[in-house]
Design a protein around this ligand. Structure first.
Ligand code: ADP
Length: 744
């Protein structure tokens, strides 16, 4: 095969959750392309040592590691790789195995190292030729190497990608810990100073502060003036206590410092709080737990996508091509010139060192700066005093549809942003039923205190469908309560209700106000947004349970048929299938045929007779109305005979419950702020659009509600086009099934 490649993959630098799924994806995608693939153990150290450190990998090299934290192929720091001699030895080891492409999974140090290797490559091949270590043909054939870089770092400190591998899992660990600390802090009215990792980058501290409702946050990108921060922090924390806050939480980034470059340590903050406020202040340094544990759902499926993309890029590249960074922009995988990304990342470090904080903040990207602006509002204990001359609006916030984790986070954000702009925010109890009955409650700043991290929907939500006189009743309450705008945070039935109101504008004048829908449903079945709030939490709930189910089967040969929610939308089934390593997913979108089940059964029989110990099938709850989960489990059990047994697990409502994941909290905060500000602007400028917000093709935008019918499949309540069917469906297959005849 003319363009057959030989790939080596390594993990290097600090370990991060998600490195294993990345290695697995590279190995399996490469096997599918019939490429030779090697795993290099212990990072660059192994690349230099060669021998058994560089091992040819088959399909099975990716087995059993998806759910494991850290990196199974090891990571090490290598001083030898910083020397030319070391790198020359590495080149020889790679060339002698015919390796012509490298996937480096590591932080900016590791990626810088990869680039140095690439830049010097010809120099090394010339020298190796001269030294007689390789012949002419080899020197000619391996004159360069293509490098794909995947950023593995919990710090999320790399330019060119919105997320680094491990950052989402680390945030998970942090938010779990901070949530737990908040409950004990509140019991004793204590103050906690919590230090999080991140080296020079404030991402983890910022996002943890935002998603846990911290009261003060220190990040390296916006250092306070020495002598000032003590006073400002104490004043704010005191105001918080005065307004009824039972807990005070300060989050401190590892790289926190003042404008003079003096590090701000947790004990400095503790001392100030104890001395000036007389607060009982405890310090928690989260340390390496942030790096540990199983990767989050996001760090499994997104990383799998990154690994597969790296192999795709290698397939279409030539060794002379510039190294590429494979990263993420919003929900899409993107590529960028690796060296520019590394250079920009290093520049931020320099800018912080030299005191150019504005520029450093700008280079962190819009997502970071917007989140920081939002945090500053959220930290307040009272709304800022808005311009008195503007019209004070009355904005209603309600939910619609089933509960989804993150609804409270979104409602809290909307209320505080609205109040901060000087408007009246009205919480509607019980969704559209409350709107019909006029159940409005004027919300103040502290009425939403503590909502940021709790699951469920404090305002109440249900799947009420509007009919008959409901419209009249709603029109009346809108008029009576002088509602200027409506924010609906919810799922399908909420969207449908707002669409129906929009359709009836001619009949009911009261509906001629701006209205916006914010996607919040575990099903992720709404048009206009690739992700809805709650879907990430549901995925993590599924992944955590399936990990346990898989472990329960170690002693026997067993196949599980796991049923997940989603109504007629297969998002949860497919993505949890990728994130748990399921060998088959059953989706309503594709239907289930008897012939498929026969094939799957044959596959199971073949696998178990060859020594396989575990089978995992994930079925969407409505994949097929006749071939139910029970039916499928019974079929496999009966036909599998003594070879294996089968158990079914219907996961049910645990998928809707639980506290929101950091991903859902961050998305909720971001979208709720944009929606609220959008409603305010539209109202004040006299426009009356009805729309839904969403994240699409790398950006957030509003879609006109008039497009609802054209964008949805109303019968099955899902978008006509589902991005994950295009982007992720084939990946689920590639990861699950070894190609015929592949080396195991
Ligand atoms: P991270 O990749 O997590 O940033 P490090 O900065 O420790 O971690 O880098 C990991 C390894 O990458 C180092 O031990 C070294 O072998 C290699 N490396 C880092 N920077 C360079 C460089 N400038 N030149 C060559 N190799 C480097």
């Amino acid at each position: 095969m003319a363009n057959k490649k030989s790939i080596a993959v390594l993990t290097s630098g600090g370990d991060a959750q998600g490195m294993n799924p990345a290695v697995r994806a590279v190995v399996r995608a490469a096997v599918h392309k019939d490429f030779d693939v090697y795993t290099i153990y212990e990072g660059y150290k192994g690349m230099i040592l060669g021998g058994d450190y560089i091992r040819k990998a088959g399909w099975s090299a990716g087995g059993g590691i998806l759910q494991k934290g850290g990196t199974s192929i090891g990571s090490a720091r290598s001083d030898a790789f910083r020397t030319k001699e070391g790198r020359r030895q590495a080149v020889q080891n790679l060339i002698s195995r015919g390796i012509d492409a490298l996937v480096v999974i590591g932080g900016d140090g590791s990626l810088t190292g990869a680039n140095v290797l690439r830049q010097e490559w010809t120099e090394h091949t010339d020298a190796l030729l001269e030294e007689g270590k390789i012949d002419h043909a080899f020197a000619e054939k391996y004159r360069s190497i293509f490098i794909a870089g995947l950023v593995g770092s919990i710090d999320n400190d790399m330019c060119g990608t919105d997320m680094t591998i491990g950052a989402d899992s680390a945030l998970f660990r942090i938010t779990e810990a901070v949530d737990a600390i908040i409950s004990t802090a509140a019991s004793h009215q204590r103050t906690f100073v919590i230090k999080v990792m991140g080296r020079n980058c404030g991402y983890l501290a910022l996002m943890a502060g935002l998603s846990c409702g911290a009261d003060w946050v220190f990040i390296p990108e916006d250092p306070p003036k020495p002598g000032e921060w003590e006073e400002n922090m104490c004043a704010l924390l005191k105001a918080g206590r005065d307004s009824g806050r039972r807990d005070s939480i300060v989050i401190l980034a590892e790289g926190a410092q003042d404008t003079e470059g003096n590090p701000i340590g947790s004990s400095d903050v503790q001392k100030v709080l104890e001395e000036r406020l007389g607060e009982d202040t405890r310090v928690t340094i989260l340390g390496h737990v942030q790096r540990g544990g199983a990767p989050s759902a996001y760090d499994r499926y997104m990383t799998t996508l990154l690994g597969c993309t790296a192999v795709e890029k290698i397939a279409s590249s030539s060794p002379d091509d510039e190294p590429l960074l494979i990263g993420v922009q919003e929900n899409d995988v993107i590529t960028a010139p690796l060296m520019k990304c590394v250079a920009d990342t290093q520049l931020i470090r320099e800018l912080i060192k030299s005191g150019d904080y504005d520029k450093a903040m700008e280079l962190r990207g819009v997502g970071f700066t917007e989140a920081y602006e939002t945090l500053k509002v959220m930290l307040r204990t009272l709304p800022s005093t808005a311009a008195a001359d503007q019209k004070q609006l009355r904005i209603a916030v309600l939910h619609g549809g089933g509960p989804a984790a993150g609804m409270n986070t979104a409602a809290l954000t909307a209320v505080r942003i609205g109040l901060d702009h000087g408007h009246v925010m009205l919480g509607v109890s019980d969704g559209f039923r409350g709107l019909i009955e006029g159940k409005f409650k004027e919300m103040d700043w502290m009425s939403v205190g503590g909502w940021v991290n709790i699951g469920g929907a404090e305002l109440g939500t249900n799947r009420k469908e509007l009919t008959g006189t409901d419209y009249y009743a709603i029109a009346r309450t809108i008029e009576e309560h002088k509602i200027d705008a409506i924010l609906m945070i919810g799922g399908w039935s909420g969207y449908q209700a707002i669409y129906n109101m929009y359709q009836k504008r001619k009949d009911f004048h009261a509906f001629n106000i701006p209205m916006v829908c914010l996607p919040a449903t575990i099903n992720n079945n709404l048009p206009g947004s690739e992700r809805s709030i709650g879907s990430d939490t549901a995925l993590n709930n599924i992944v955590q349970v399936v990990d346990k189910i898989k472990q329960s089967a170690v002693a026997s040969k067993r196949c599980f048929v796991v049923e997940v929610m989603g109504r007629h939308c297969g998002f949860l089934a497919l993505v949890s299938g990728i994130a748990t390593g399921a060998e088959r997913v059953y989706l309503h979108e594709e239907g289930v045929k008897l012939i498929d089940l026969q094939k799957d059964l044959d596959h199971l029989v073949e696998g178990f007779s060859k020594g396989k110990r575990l089978g995992l099938m994930i079925r969407n709850e409505r994949a097929n109305s006749l071939y139910s989960t029970t039916f499928m489990a019974a079929l496999f059990e009966e036909e599998g005979g003594d070879l294996f047994d089968v158990r079914q697990a219907i996961l049910g409502h645990l998928q809707q419950g639980g506290d929101p994941s950091p991903f859902d909290r961050i998305l909720a905060i971001r979208l709720a702020r944009l929606c609220t500000e959008h409603l305010i602007t539209e109202c004040l400028e006299g426009r009356k659009p009805v729309s839904f917000i969403g994240l699409q093709k790398g950006k957030v935008d509003f879609v006109d509600m008039a497009r609802w019918p054209e964008l949805v499949d109303a019968e099955f309540q899902r978008p006509v086009k589902q991005w994950w069917m295009t982007n992720l469906r084939h990946i689920a297959r590639i990861m699950a099934e070894a190609p015929e005849g592949a080396e195991y």
